[in-house]
Every structure is written in C-alpha cells, then in structure tokens.
Ligand binder design. Structure first.
Ligand code: NDP
Length: 432
C-alpha cells in the first residue's frame, strides 16, 4: 500500500464522526491494507480515540464520565514480566491485568517451574516466556517484555531492578523499594544509566478516594489540616516467613506496613517531613520477633506545622486507617484506608450545632490496575512516573531516621525540601 493511500484512509478515519464508525463504514480488507504499511502498529490500525457516552445513558442525579472506557489494543499494550509468583502476584496483580487498559502480562519469572507453568496456562502466557532467577537475564533477548514488575521479598528488589535495567527493561518495583538508602540509590542510578523508567508500586497514590482526600487537604476545603493520625498494623502469623527474617525483609512492621502511614502522610500533604521521633517495642520472648521489630509509633513534623502521629504493628489486631484534623469545623479520613478493597471515606463536620458524619465515596477501582496502567502510560509516552525511585528512596531515608530516633531517644532532623511533590512525576490522570 502506498503511503498516500494510507494518509487518505487515516485522515478519513480521523475525520469521521465516531458515532458512525461502524463495521460497514470500513472496507472489509481495510486491516489487510494497513498491514502492508510501514506504519503498521497493530491489526486494523484504527486511530486511538475515545468514544463519547450516549447522552441517553446519563443519569440526572449522578455525574457520569463523558467517555466510554478506551482500552488499548492488546498488541499495543506494554508487556510485563512478573517476577516472583507469591501471594500478592497471584491474588491481586495477575487478576488486575484483566482490569487494565494499557498493560498485559507476557512473561513469568519464578523459582518454581511447575507453578509458573500452571500460571502461564491460566493467563495465556507463552510457556517459552518462563524464566527462573538464574535465567532471568535472558529477558534481554525477549522483545515482548518491555517492563518487569518485581514482587519478590524486599531484599531481592535491589538485585532484580539492576539486572532488569541492564537487560533494557523498565522496572515497576514493589514497596519497600529496598533495605537501605544506598541500595535505593544504586537502583535509581542503574535505571538512569540504562535510560529505563523506575516506579515504586505505591498503589494508594493511584486510588481515586485517596486523591479526593488529597484535594481536600491541598485546597483547604475544611481549612488547614493541623494534625494527622495514621495506623496500619496486623497480627502476623507463621514465625518462619521471610517477613520476619531481617536479611530478607530489612526490618519488621515499619518497612512492611508502617511505610503506608509514612508514604500516605507525605502524599496527602505533598510536603516532606523535616523531623521525626519514634518509639519501638518488641514483646520479649515472642518467637516471631527474634530478628525484626514488632511495633513502632513515630511522629513526622512537616514544615507547614502539621504533625502526623503514625503507628504500626505486627502484634495486634488489624487496623488500616487515617484521620486528618482541620481547623474549619471538620475531621476527615478513611477507614479502612490501606486495604485493597472496601476502603471508605469518613467526614465529620459541624453544621450549625449538629455534628454530622458522612461517608462520601467515589466508585472503587482496582488499585493495582490503575497503578500498572499509570506506569505503562509513562513508558509509552516517555513520562516520569508519579512515584519514581526517588519517592521510594525518600521513604527509606525517613525509615532510617525513625529507627535512629527510636534507638537514640531523640528527635532526628531531616533534609529540608521547599515546594510540593518534590520527588513525584506525572500526575496520574483521572482516566475513567
Ligand atoms: P510472598 O512470600 O507471598 O511471595 C514472594 C515470592 O517471591 C515467593 O512466592 C517466591 O516466588 C519469590 N521468592 C524468591 N526468593 C524467595 C525467598 N528467598 N523467600 C521467599 N520468597 C521468595 O510475598 P508477597 O507476595 O506478600 O510480597 C512480595 C512483595 O510485595 C514484598 O516486597 C511486599 O512488601 C510487597 N507487597 C506489596 C503489597 C501492596 O499492597 N503493594 C501487598 C503485599 C506485598 P516463586 O515461588 O515464584 O519463586
């Protein structure tokens, strides 16, 4: 096909009203024609376009998104190798690809060949695209893999990020980013050197209800936030698991679940704390806590004057909530806040003499799909992710300062940063 013909057809398609873009509008061989073109990118090469919703479907009581969902043709989605087929990978991440619009799983990396084969069959992944931790570097030769999603024990994030970058792949890495600030820096450097993107999987920062709370805070909807409290903890089970081994986990409740309190406080305010204090307690004789801490209470002081009181534990009943106390007649927050599903906003407001409790809500979305798709869009459009490696490094530095504060029994000052969202990249789009 000649390029002038292609231009004519593309222009025609672009100029056509989407309302009349039907199968009968296209010659039956349109896809075949385009396949001959040098500009070929996917079967049919129909322009990527958002279809406006029919007005008939609009509710009068509820604001509807203006467009129907616009998933990308599977041939054009970013292909991921999933590294580590554990609980999070199999329960949440693999199923999330079904809800994603710009991403697809194309390869698996696992130390368990049988499990990988079963998962590949379940998700339609080519069994030739299964790797183990020794053969991992061969992903360099596989063009289907554009990115890796690292879902390994914390101590392995550093090694596999660097190996992935060297193999020319973009890296989405689970939290906590690594076990030390030095490791985080090395991961950032490796990705920069390889000109690959690095994002830390802070799913809360891609979740619309949390984004609404962040808007309330930053737009001072209920005045200035003065105090915050954030708690994330659970009663951990099996004493033999990697989370309780310092060499694999890096620490106990703080880097695993306490990190949500720290990262969410920074996200909601858009500020960086300038000082921290902390207390650690571990029950003597509890066989689960031979190597890592049980409970941590820590305080973050922010330059605006906000103080955040944060708590985390591996030794008490599960709680996953936060509250922000503002000076214009309201407190608000979420309970649960850090769960994968069922999150709920709480707003307590004085209206005259009445204290009113409300539960405003935005329709819940698959947090993992939103997060993965954000990274895919950054890869496709060459944008810095909202939560790049620098965001993970900053959490690690603060975690180190909290441990130091608790150990030395003093307030530890942190490097001061001016401005908002100093480490963050492209703001996630409100992509209905
Ligand atoms: P799991 O223990 O369930 O899975 C980890 C997987 O890593 C294993 O199944 C195994 O996969 C692989 N692995 C390789 N080497 C080891 C080793 N020495 N010991 C144990 N596993 C090994 O952990 P999770 O899935 O719960 O957590 C994985 C990561 O995800 C952690 O960094 C955690 O912090 C993070 N996470 C994040 C969450 C979030 O909401 N963002 C929630 C939960 C976890 P294989 O058998 O395929 O080799």
């Amino acid at each position: 096909m000649f390029s002038s013909d292609l231009y004519t057809r593309k222009t025609f398609l672009k100029n056509m009203s989407v309302g009349i873009l039907t199968a009968t509008s296209l010659p039956l061989n349109a896809g075949n024609d385009l396949e001959d073109s040098t500009e070929k990118s996917s079967p049919g090469d129909v322009p990527e376009e958002k279809l406006p919703r029919s007005p008939l479907n609009h509710s009068t009581e509820q604001e509807e998104p203006a467009f129907y969902p616009a998933p990308r043709n599977p041939a054009k989605r970013v292909g991921y190798a999933i590294v580590g087929l554990g609980h999070l990978a199999l329960t949440d991440v693999m199923p999330a690809f079904a809800n994603s619009k710009y991403s697809k799983p194309v390869a698996l990396v696992s130390g368990d060949a049988h499990k990988a084969k079963v998962v590949a069959e379940q998700y339609g992944i080519n069994p030739m695209n299964i790797y183990d931790y020794n053969t991992f570097d061969r992903i360099a030769d596989n063009k289907e893999i554009e990115a890796v999603y690292i879902i390994l024990p914390n101590s392995m994030h550093h090694e596999f990020t660097i190996r992935a970058a060297k193999a020319g792949k973009h890296v989405l890495c689970e939290k906590p980013m690594a076990n030390s600030a030095k490791e985080c820096e090395e991961m950032i450097d490796a990705c920069k050197k390889a000109n690959r993107k690095l994002m830390i999987a802070y799913r809360i920062q891609y979740e619309p209800n949390n984004a609404l709370i962040r808007d309330w805070v930053q737009q001072k909807k209920y005045g200035n936030v003065k105090l915050m409290e954030l708690f994330n903890g659970q009663n951990i089970g099996d004493p033999s698991q990697w989370r309780l081994k310092k060499s694999l986990a890096g620490g106990g409740s703080l880097p695993d679940v306490g990190i949500y309190c720290l990262n969410t406080a920074r996200y909601l305010l858009g500020e960086e704390p300038d000082a921290v204090s902390g207390f650690i307690h571990t029950t003597p004789g509890d066989i689960r806590f031979k190597e890592v801490e049980e409970s941590v209470m820590f305080q973050l002081h922010f330059p605006s004057g906000v103080i955040a009181n944060c708590g985390t534990t591996y030794g008490a009943h599960m709680t996953r909530r936060y509250r922000l106390f503002a000076d214009a007649g309201a407190w608000f927050g979420m309970d649960p806040a850090f769960s994968y599903k069922g999150i709920r906003i709480e707003l307590s407001q004085s209206i005259g003499k009445i204290e009113s409790k409300q539960y405003p809500a935005i329709e819940e979305k698959d947090q993992f799909a939103l997060e993965i798709d954000h990274f895919s869009e950054c890869v496709r459009n060459d944008k810095k992710p909202f939560t790049p490696g620098e965001e993970g490094l900053q959490d690690q530095r603060i975690i180190d300062a909290i441990y130091q504060a608790a150990k030395e029994g003093k307030v530890v000052s942190l490097k001061k940063y001016d401005g908002k969202d100093v480490f963050r990249g492209e703001v996630p789009k409100d992509d209905k």
